[in-house]
Design a protein around this ligand. Structure first.
Ligand code: GLC
Length: 646
C-alpha cells in the first residue's frame, strides 16, 4: 500500500541521514516503501493510532540500524536476496552447541571448525552467550545484559573475531534473542525491584493475588516441578510479578511500547554483528490476556510481524526463527497468515514431527506420525522448518489427541506407554531417559535424554551386547536420516554426532540438579570425539554415518525445501516414506521404524509418481532391482532406503 504521508516522512528522514543515493541505498528505500504502511498499521493496532511517538521511534530504530550496518553486510543482504530463499537450500546443515561445554570459550571455538566442516556442518547455533547469572541462568535463557557477552565465554570482540573466522569458511551464524523475559539481575529488573515506576512497567506487577489467581485458572505451568505457578512474590515491593518460566525470569510487558523498541534495538544489534539467523526464544508467550492460556495470542503474532517487517528493511539478510514449541495447528500461524504469509517467521522448529519420530520409534508404528501430516504440510512456500531429533530442551508430547485417536489409539494410554518407554520404566525398553516437567495435576510429562541414550546405546553398552549396540546405532541413523531429508535445515545437537550418552553429573551441581535437561547437554571430551577416526568404536560408526547422510543431502538439490515433499501411502504401519520430487529428480526416502523385518510392495513407488525403472540406494550405493507391483521391498530392523532413479 502506497502512503504519500509516510513516504514524505521517509524522504525527510533520509535526507537528514546523509545516506548517499547509491544503488545499495536505493534498495533500502524500496524495501522501506513496500513495508512502511504495514508497519504503521501494526504499530497503531498494538499501541494506538494517536501514539505517533511509537511509530517515530520505530522509524528511528530502522534508520539507525541501517546506518550502522557494515557495508559488507549490506552487500551480503543483496546477495542472499538474489539466491531466492538462501535458507531453503539443501546446502545448509547446522549444529547447536554450548560454547563453554563444546570448546571452553569463544577464543577456542575456531580450532574446532575443521571438525565441524568435516562432519558437514556450515551453520552454528551458539546457545545463549550474553550475560546471564551463573546460578540462575536457565542455560543462558535468563539474560542480564543483551549487549555483553558473558565473561565465561569471552568478550564481544571475541564473538566478532569468531564471526570473521566463520565468514572466511562461508559458514553461517545463529544466535538467540530472549524476548519474553529477562533475568531478575537485568538492570531493568533491578530498577523495578527498587520501585522505579518506569521499569516496573516493563514487567507485569500486581499489588495482590487477585489478578494472578484469576490468570492462573487458565495458564498452564511450564516448569511445574521446579517453578510451579506463573507469578512470584517480590518481597521488597510486597507485590507479585509474572514469571512464567523460572521465578528468576520475569516476563516482559509488550503492551508497553518501550519494551518493544528496546527489543527491536537489541535485535538490530545482533543483526549488525552479522547474525544470519536469529532464534526468537519462546515467542508464543509474549502477549498475555486474562482468561486465555497466554500463548499464541494474535498480538504475539503482530509483534513478530512487526519485527519481521522492520528487519526486512534494515537487515534483510538475517532470517528469523520462531522458537514456538506449540500444537501442530498453532505452529502453522508462525509462518504468517493471509497477506502476512511468509512475513512473520522464516523458520519454525518442526517440534511436532520431531516428537512424532520418537513416537514411531517407541511404538514401531508410524500411524500417529502420518495422522499429523495434513496439519503441518500447509507451510507456505518460502518458509522452512528447522528439523531436529534432539536439542537442548525436552521432548514434548503435546501433539493433538485427535492424531492419536485417528491411529485408533487411546491418547492417555498411548502417552503413558511413551513416557514409560523413554524413562526406562517399561521392562522391555532399551531407551534410557527421564521424565521432565511432570505435572501431577494434568498428568503431563516431557522427556529428557540424549539421542544415543534414548535410542538404547547406553543400555546396550551396559549389557555388552554388540548386536544391540549395532541396532541402537542403526536407530540413531534412522532418526537422523528421517529428519535430514524432509526439507528444512537439519539442526544437530552437539555430541549426538558421536553418540554421547546421558551425563548424570548435573545432579551434583546445585544450579542444575533441579533441571534434568542437563543430562543431555554434555561437556565435550575431545579424546572421545577423536575416536570418531577409529573404526573400532561406536563414535566412528555414528560420526561416519551422520557425515555420510549430510554428504548425500548436500549432493541432492531436490532436498531443498521447495514444498516438494509427498508422503507415500502407508501400506505397512511400521514403514513410512516420502518422495522428494523435482522436474529432474525423484528421491524416495523409506524408513522401517520397527525392530522386526518388514516388507512393502513395489506398488507404493508407482502410486506417488511414474513408476521408476531402476533404483539405486544412495545410502548403501547398491542398485535395487524393482519387482512387480505385488513383490516386496524388504527391510531389516530399523533399515532405511534413500532411493533415486538410476
Ligand atoms: C526456550 C528455551 C528453553 C528455556 C525457555 C525459557 O524454550 O529453549 O531452554 O528454558 O525458552 O527461556
Amino acid at each position: 500500500m502506497y502512503n504519500r504521508k509516510l513516504i514524505d516522512l521517509f524522504n525527510k528522514r533520509y535526507k537528514k541521514s546523509k545516506l548517499k543515493s547509491e544503488a545499495i541505498n536505493q534498495a533500502f528505500k524500496e524495501r522501506f516503501i513496500s513495508n512502511i504502511s504495514e508497519i504503521k498499521a501494526i504499530s497503531d493496532e498494538l499501541y494506538g493510532n494517536s501514539n505517533e511517538d511509537v511509530f517515530e521511534e520505530i522509524l528511528n530504530s530502522i534508520f539507525s540500524a541501517y546506518q550502522e550496518r557494515a557495508p559488507d553486510l549490506k552487500k551480503l543482504d543483496l546477495e542472499k536476496e538474489k539466491k531466492d530463499g538462501w535458507f531453503l537450500s539443501n546446502d545448509l546443515a547446522g549444529m547447536s552447541l554450548y560454547v563453554d561445554r563444546f570448546a571452553g570459550n569463544l577464543e577456542n571455538l575456531p580450532k574446532h571448525l575443521p571438525y565441524l566442516e568435516n562432519l558437514g556442518i556450515n551453520l552454528l547455533h551458539l546457545m545463549p552467550i550474553f550475560e546471564s547469572p551463573e546460578g540462575e541462568s536457565d542455560g543462558g535463557y535468563a539474560v542480564s545484559n543483551y549487549r555483553k557477552v558473558d565473561p565465561r565465554f569471552g568478550t564481544l570482540d571475541d564473538l566478532k573475531s569468531f564471526h570473521k573466522e566463520l565468514r572466511k569458511k562461508d559458514m553461517y551464524l545463529m544466535i538467540d534473542i530472549v524476548i519474553n523475559h529477562t533475568s531478575t539481575h537485568h538492570e531493568w529488573a533491578k530498577k523495578a525491584r527498587a520501585g522505579n515506576k518506569k521499569y516496573m512497567d516493563y514487567y507485569y506487577f500486581y499489588e495482590d493475588r487477585q489478578i494472578p489467581d484469576q490468570m492462573e485458572l487458565s495458564m498452564p505451568e511450564v516448569f511445574p516441578e521446579s517453578s510451579p505457578g506463573n507469578f512470584s512474590y517480590v518481597k521488597e515491593l510486597d507485590q507479585w510479578v509474572m514469571s512464567v518460566f523460572h521465578n528468576y525470569q520475569w516476563d516482559l510487558n509488550f503492551r508497553n511500547p518501550e519494551v518493544f523498541i528496546e527489543m527491536l534495538n537489541n535485535i538490530f544489534f545482533y543483526a549488525n554483528l552479522g547474525v544470519d539467523i536469529i532464534r526468537i526464544d519462546a515467542p508464543a508467550f509474549i502477549w498475555k490476556e486474562m482468561g486465555t492460556n497466554c500463548q499464541n495470542l494474535p498480538q504475539a503474532h503482530k509483534i513478530l510481524q512487526l519485527i519481521k517487517l522492520c528487519n526486512e528493511i534494515a537487515s534483510p539478510g538475517m532470517a528469523i526463527l520462531g522458537e514456538a514449541i506449540v500444537a501442530p495447528a498453532e505452529i502453522m500461524n508462525y509462518f504468517g497468515k493471509g497477506r502476512f504469509a511468509t512475513h512473520e517467521c522464516d523458520f519454525a522448529y518442526n517440534a511436532t514431527h520431531m516428537a512424532l519420530q520418537w513416537d514411531a520409534l517407541a511404538t514401531g508404528d508410524t500411524r500417529v506420525m502420518m495422522a499429523a501430516q495434513s496439519e503441518i504440510m500447509g507451510k507456505p512456500l518460502g518458509t522452512t522448518w528447522l528439523n531436529y531429533t534432539r536439542c537442548h530442551d525436552d521432548i514434548g508430547l503435546g501433539y493433538d489427541d485427535a492424531m492419536i485417536q485417528q491411529a485408533g489409539l487411546d491418547p492417555y494410554l498411548h502417552r503413558t506407554y511413551l513416557k514409560n518407554y523413554f524413562s526406562g520404566t517399561s521392562p522391555n525398553s532399551p531407551a534410557k531417559g527421564a521424565l521432565f516437567g511432570v505435572n501431577p495435576k494434568t498428568n503431563d510429562a516431557r522427556i529428557s535424554g540424549t539421542l544415543a541414550s534414548l535410542c538404547g546405546l547406553e543400555t546396550a553398552k551396559a549389557m555388552g551386547s554388540n548386536e544391540i549396540i549395532e541396532l541402537s546405532i542403526q536407530k540413531i541413523l534412522l532418526m537422523q536420516a528421517h529428519s535430514f531429508f524432509l526439507g528444512g535445515v537439519p539442526m544437530l545437537f552437539y555430541g549426538d554426532e558421536v553418540g554421547y550418552e546421558n551425563d548424570y553429573t548435573y545432579l551434583q551441581d546445585e544450579a542444575k540438579s533441579y533441571d534434568n535437561r542437563w543430562m543431555h547437554r554434555p561437556v565435550i571430551d575431545w579424546s572421545k570425539n577423536e575416536l570418531s577416526k577409529n573404526a573400532d568404536y561406536t563414535e566412528h560408526s555414528v560420526f561416519s554415518g551422520t557425515q555420510k547422510l549430510l554428504k548425500i543431502r548436500k549432493s541432492l538439490s531436490v532436498i531443498a525445501d521447495k514444498k516438494n515433499l509427498y508422503w507415500l501411502q502407508n501400506h505397512n504401519n511400521a514403514i513410512c516414506g516420502y518422495l522428494r520430487h523435482s522436474d529432474n529428480q525423484n528421491v524416495y526416502c523409506l524408513f522401517n521404524f520397527s525392530e522386526s523385518e518388514q516388507n512393502i510392495t513395489f506398488y507404493v513407488l508407482g502410486e506417488a509418481s511414474k513408476r521408476p525403472a531402476k533404483l539405486k540406494d544412495l545410502w548403501t550405493g547398491k542398485s535395487i532391482p524393482i519387482g512387480h507391483d505385488h513383490e516386496n521391498l524388504h527391510f531389516k530392523p530399523y533399515q532405511f532406503y534413500l532411493l533415486t532413479e538410476q
